[in-house]
Design a protein around this ligand. Structure first.
Ligand code: FAD
Length: 388
């Protein structure tokens, strides 16, 4: 783990002025624009296009894109704050923003040449949603066992295969698709391609019907003789594995942010409810057993927050953060599950029905332990780093 010095060490949860202003603006937006739609979006399994437009207008769909490409010119930590604040109200909106920033834009910024950045970062900043397509039916944790094939064809490539579980599949127009140019070469054949909705041979397939984050679309992608120009290769041919590994290492911190936001949303709702609900002649918040349960949840949320903020600040400081990112994802997703489960318990029967917000948090929490590397895979990373 990183044991390095910094010129001016600051408490992790102290925000710089610009971070505070940004956090407060996202918080106000989430309360005013997202909260009234949460139940409807969950039931309809859909995010309204108008809300997505508002997210662009707010500046949270191109946070780290430099202003010269039309973005907000922010930091990775700003992305973490945005994902946390949105997830506090609705983790489906959190993941939409997370994938756009920490995976898609991150990959384009880091691995795209000037032509690719000009063509795509400008669009991603101004109104186009992106998606990140690595997983397939046969390759999840073992991501580099992917079989989507890219065959050279003149100055371009012909792609064939299917991608599964692709977040933002319904809303996106730009898809970062990982395919192999040579299955014999193993991970060294993997290459990242930019595929656009509307390209011949490309279609978005079935949308999954999910337990949680139901408003976030999760779709299959179908590539049948889809021709992609050579200028749409992102990064080097055969180096897509590096793009995938490195963006996912960062993306994981975004999932940590989603999970601490979720846990905070559930905890706040629980504190409010226990002060209102009366049994045995007093508010249930007055029972010491309940107070201790809530205090323990707050302990866990604080600990998870520190790991997320630390990983994000290490990333912004250009320091190694691999172990810290894995730690923050596993801890925050487990805390989100425990805190939202407690929230259901403390709401009693009301915790079990859709009229109240906590059953949704409980359903939404589960995904944190699955995507962007399951908890077992995070443990594997941590063990490898600390045990050699
Ligand atoms: C809602 C949702 C959104 C998603 N969004 C995206 C997206 O935008 N883009 C994308 O590319 N993918 C996406 N995914 C895919 C996601 O990343 C994978 O589901 C995840 O990596 C797990 O892969 P799997 O489902 O194939 O499970 P498997 O890999 O089959 O794992 C099943 C179980 O086996 C365990 N396991 C597997 N290998 C090992 C091992 N070596 N040691 C110990 N345990 C092991 C796992 O921990 C897990 O518990 C999404 C998935 C979901 C459900």
């Amino acid at each position: 783990m990183t044991q390095d010095t910094a010129p001016l060490a600051q408490p992790l949860t102290l925000l710089a002025e610009d971070e505070l202003i940004f956090r407060d603006s996202v918080r106000a937006f989430a309360e005013a624009q997202v909260r009234p739609l949460v139940r409807q979006m969950d039931e309809q399994a859909k995010i309204p296009a108008t809300l997505i437009r508002q997210l662009f207008d707010l500046g949270v769909m191109g946070i780290e894109i430099p202003e010269s490409y039309g973005g907000s010119g922010g930091t990775f930590f700003h992305s973490v704050l945005a994902v946390e604040e949105l997830s506090r109200v609705d983790p489906s909106i959190g993941v939409l923003v997370d994938v756009q920033n920490t995976l898609v834009i991150n990959a384009f910024s880091r691995w795209g040449n000037e032509d690719v950045r000009q063509r795509y970062l400008t669009r991603l900043a101004s109104g186009t949603v992106g998606a990140y397509a690595l997983s397939e039916a046969g390759s999840g944790s073992d991501a580099f066992a992917l079989t989507t094939r890219a065959k050279a064809d003149g100055d371009g490539f012909i792609l064939n295969g299917r991608k599964l579980w692709i977040t933002n599949g319904n809303e996106a127009d730009i898809f970062l698709v990982f395919a192999t140019i040579d299955p014999e070469a193993g991970y060294r054949g993997i290459t990242a391609f930019v595929v656009e909705r509307g390209m011949a041979g490309f279609a978005v397939g079935k949308k999954e019907d999910k337990l949680g984050i139901r408003a976030s679309s999760t779709c299959e992608l179908i590539l049948e003789d889809c021709r992609v120009p050579g200028s749409n290769v992102l990064g080097e041919i055969g180096k897509g594995y590096k793009t995938a590994i490195e963006t996912l290492n960062e993306g994981r911190i975004g999932i940590g942010a989603q999970m601490i936001g979720l846990a905070k949303g559930a905890l706040e709702a629980t504190i409010r409810y226990t002060k209102e609900r009366k049994q045995f002649g007093k508010a249930i918040a007055e029972f010491q057993a309940v107070q201790h349960q809530i205090a323990r949840a707050a302990v866990e949320v604080e600990a998870a927050t520190l790991t997320v903020y630390n990983a994000a600040r290490l990333r912004d400081a250009g320091r190694p953060f691999l172990t810290e990112a894995a730690i923050c994802k596993i801890l925050s997703s487990e805390v989100a599950e425990r805190v939202s489960s407690l929230a259901v318990n403390l709401f009693g029967g009301n915790g079990f029905v859709k009229e109240y917000p906590v059953e949704k948090f409980f359903r939404d929490a589960k995904i944190g332990q699955i995507y962007e590397g399951t908890s077992n895979l995070q443990l594997q990373t941590i063990a490898k780093q600390i045990m050699g």
